[in-house]
Design a protein around this ligand. Sequence first.
Ligand code: ADP
Ligand code: MG
Length: 511
Amino acid sequence: MPTVAGRRSSRAADSTAQIGSAAATPVKYKFRSDSNDLIGSPMRKSPRLCTHASPNSSLKDNVIEKCPKPSINLLSRFPQEEKPSDNFVKRPTWDPSDVEQLRTVKEAIHVSTAPKTVVCREHEQNMIFEFCKNSIKQEKAGSLYVCGCPGTGKSLSMEKVKDILVNWANEEGVQLPDMLSFNCTSLTNTSEIFSKILGQYNPPKKQNRSSTSSLELLRNLYSQKQPPGTRMLLVVADELDYLITRDRAVLHDLFMLTTLPFSKCILLGVANAIDLADRFIPKLESLNCKPMVITFRAYSKDQIVAILQERLSALPCTVFQPQAVELCARRVAAASGDMRKALSVCRSAIEMLEAERKDLMSDSTLSPLDMNGDQQNPAPLDITTNNMVRIDHVAAALSRTYKSSVVDTIQSLPQHQQIILCSAVKLFRGGKKDTTIGELNKSYTDVCKSASIPPVVISELLSMCQVLDDQGILKLGQARDDKLKRVTLKIDGADIVFALQGVRFFRNCLE
Ligand SMILES: Nc1ncnc2c1ncn2[C@@H]1O[C@H](COP(=O)(O)OP(=O)(O)O)[C@@H](O)[C@H]1O
Ligand SMILES: [Mg+2]
């Protein structure tokens, strides 16, 4: 089996949230559509563009209304004449040269700042909440598998669901389960997960040191009737990918704990690899422990706009021109739909504005009147435009962030998605511009066979193409018959060849 690019962990993605951390690779690999993206269309007045708004208001009732408003101190440095409103354009503008205001704005869009409300994930959160609620009410063990690309709001949503559960249990007078949350990347070894769970029942010192026996003890525990009043245990295991890469048996053993006759474990596993479900669910099904699966799709442009607007609405002033937000959202949605990237671009754009202002101020030959015009024809200072993050700031921030993003994205894809792209490039070599799922499947199956890799079935290939479509890598058309759905590449085939050339199997395949 060829070695492919490493898995995408949100830890790795976190580092991309740092401004200026984009690799200094020459701007060589770009989306073909880049040049068309620079002009943003005007933003609609209502920022509530969420496509997954749930008709059930239980989430809002339980959590959103209870979120604290930004503190007065935090906002005291901003102009206060007008009340904060949803209408961005009419709100007062801020002063980027005020250090405190600048800090507050950056904080509002910082990746580690928990947003006041989590828009666009109401539907997913509601499904997770309902699953937990039913398990708790029926005192029934079970498992849920949450997956989606990095930056699609999985970890954030899990935190929100925990808050929702606490509120719900308080309101309904229901006994809350014990809760155990951890990130699997923090485990020193994969089987430490069992001692962590066992630690909820036995103090660690009483546990046998051997990790196998932790699993055995847990199995024994969940095979016997529990004393009355024993609470359910809600386990939230984030970045589950870590367990799968290192040892698949651990994953199977973990999910099987929820099927033992007296199990009290409600397991919520969260993973970044989207094809993991396809690879492991059949096995879990055969072991009679198939979890319920919830997929977090990549954020669309409209969702990214809505999320950014929601976060920026915590500020009393307008910081971004609406077109600038649109441009950021469009490009990030086309690349990966990763919210971390969108926030990183916004922060970088603010820094561009900050630097521009500093340059203008330090230029002692210019009076304030000159800032909008030249020396001979000074234009009146347009404070609103000068203080706002504009399209050109975002365009510059985007090119800084996405210097080699296409290549990075392809290299980070799961193996079968890379094989699909490799097969598509082979098909399009003769100058063909598009193909069908049926033809692509044939080419993909041939490539898999040449490397003795078992191919996935056509329905799985189709859903992987949907994921690649979500990421802006290919375009999947509509047709009644799945096999006749048309497929076109949205990125340059040369980018795919370049990204995959480090793997001998792909190199041979594309020669
Ligand atoms: N719906 C949302 N609303 C507001 N901020 C969001 C939303 N989704 C993601 N974010 C921001 O993006 C960051 C990354 O999201 P996260 O939940 O960690 O992604 P994942 O776990 O899927 O990799 C969050 O910390 C948050 O700042
Ligand atoms: Mg995460």
